[in-house]
Design a binder for this molecule. Structure first.
Ligand SMILES: Cc1cc2nc3c(=O)[nH]c(=O)nc-3n(C[C@H](O)[C@H](O)[C@H](O)COP(=O)(O)OP(=O)(O)OC[C@H]3O[C@@H](n4cnc5c(N)ncnc54)[C@H](O)[C@@H]3O)c2cc1C
Length: 363
């Protein structure tokens, strides 16, 4: 029989089927209580859609990436029932040395409270140098919560990671995707969520072995909201079909009132650029853009808005953009379906007059 060796276990015996040692033995064996930051921990996300637990592609990517950092241990943590043990073998084949299997029959389903508690407990025990998760819907919830519990920073939605002598350099887009920022953390573990597809998935090394450490855990009770109170205004904005949005070019409060009156009469929602929020003329929950709402109405009427990239981030998905701006070179005209080069005040007066005329004709 071929001699199989375990890359983390001092006995060098194969225990991929599940380490039978007690938690206390393991703590001593691996010096788990030592105050060190060593090893790279990856949250291993499982897919149960075929009935058998399988690693999601994003997890394979992250395990392989962590393996490429340096020669430190790669520690995976997965949640699942007894049967999830099979997934540990798959994780070894992509580069994991140790898998913490947080076990409970109900963990086939994502459970934010339990996974946060489990991930925090294991990370606090292992004290890894890095802790990375896929920026999947679940990872984007689990990562920041775990970071908050541990009191450490997290860089979200990274597109690249590099390890430089133990320091994780985390790269992600910023300023609406115009720039890439490389961030380093001064807390440990260095935490990141990583966009799925950022790294290639290598060939699996079927013979690679590792250690499984079982971590039984009772699920935490789900937090059920007692009552959901939607922000009346913001919620309408994201669903609105017709939006009248004002920018710095609206010029004065009188013009703003005219715009609101027209919105009322047309059944449109009012929105604005950050400039208008900064002036204190409209509330922040009406702001559209990178740091505001993302809207996709049928018609977005932009009044005196320059079309800065941070604003476009929130409205470029609109079906029709009508821009009123007196500067023909304004960026908003580049993305508008209809461009009106002229004065906002004058446009509003004429539109109101037209509405009055139409109403009078209907009587
Ligand atoms: C990190 C970061 C995040 C940001 N997030 C957002 C965000 O979420 N949303 C957002 O909107 N901005 C955001 N900004 C700010 C953004 O960069 C712009 O400064 C802002 O969008 C400009 O608003 P504006 O176009 O209304 O005003 P201005 O830049 O002042 O433009 C006014 C426009 O009105 C035109 N104009 C002037 N007078 C008239 C007139 N009488 N008639 C017709 N047109 C006229 C001018 O030609 C000009 O194009 C962010 C910036 C940063 C750095």
């Amino acid at each position: 029989m071929k001699e199989e060796s375990c890359s983390t276990c001092p006995t060098k015996s194969s225990c991929a089927g599940g380490c039978q040692r007690s938690e206390a033995e393991l703590a001593e064996m691996y010096d788990l209580d030592a105050d060190t930051t060593e090893g790279h921990m990856v949250w291993v996300e499982l897919d149960y859609s075929t009935g058998m637990p399988e690693l999601k592609e994003a997890s394979k990517e992250l395990i392989a990436k962590a393996r490429s950092f340096d020669d430190q241990r790669v520690i995976g943590i997965l949640f699942g029932p007894e049967s999830a043990r099979n997934a540990a073998r798959e994780a070894f084949s992509y580069g994991a040395d140790t898998i913490y299997h947080v076990r409970h029959p109900s963990f086939t389903d994502f459970n934010l409270e339990s996974f946060t508690a489990g991930l925090t407990a294991v990370a606090e025990r292992v004290k890894p140098n890095t802790l990375i998760l896929a920026a999947s819907d679940e990872g984007m919830e689990l990562g920041p919560r775990t970071a908050a519990r541990m009191g450490v920073g997290i860089t979200a939605d990274c597109t690249d990671l590099e390890m430089d002598k133990g320091v994780l350099r985390m790269t992600r887009p910023t300023f609406g995707g115009k720039l890439m920022a490389t961030i380093i953390s001064n807390t440990r573990p260095q935490m990141a969520t990583v966009r799925p597809g950022a790294f290639p998935v290598p060939e699996a090394e079927e013979d690679r072995q590792g250690t499984v450490i079982n971590w039984p855990m009772n699920p935490k009770p789900h937090i059920e909201p007692v009552e959901s109170i939607a922000s009346e205004e913001g919620a309408c904005l994201t669903d609105a079909e017709l939006i009248i949005s004002v920018g710095g070019g609206i010029g004065n409060l009188r013009n703003l009132e005219l715009a609101k009156e027209i919105a009322d009469r047309l059944g449109a929602e009012m929105a604005c650029s950050r400039n208008v929020v900064e002036k204190g003329w409209m509330d922040q929950d009406r702001q559209v853009g990178q740091t505001g709402n993302v809207v996709k109405p049928k018609v977005y009427l932009a009044l005196g808005i320059s079309g800065a990239i941070q604003h476009q981030t929130g409205m470029s998905g609109s079906q029709n953009i009508i821009a009123v701006n007196n500067d023909p070179g304004a960026a908003i005209h580049q993305i508008a379906n209809v461009s009106i080069i002229g004065d906002v005040g004058e446009f509003l007066q004429r539109l109101l007059k037209r509405l009055d005329e139409e109403e009078a004709a209907d009587i």
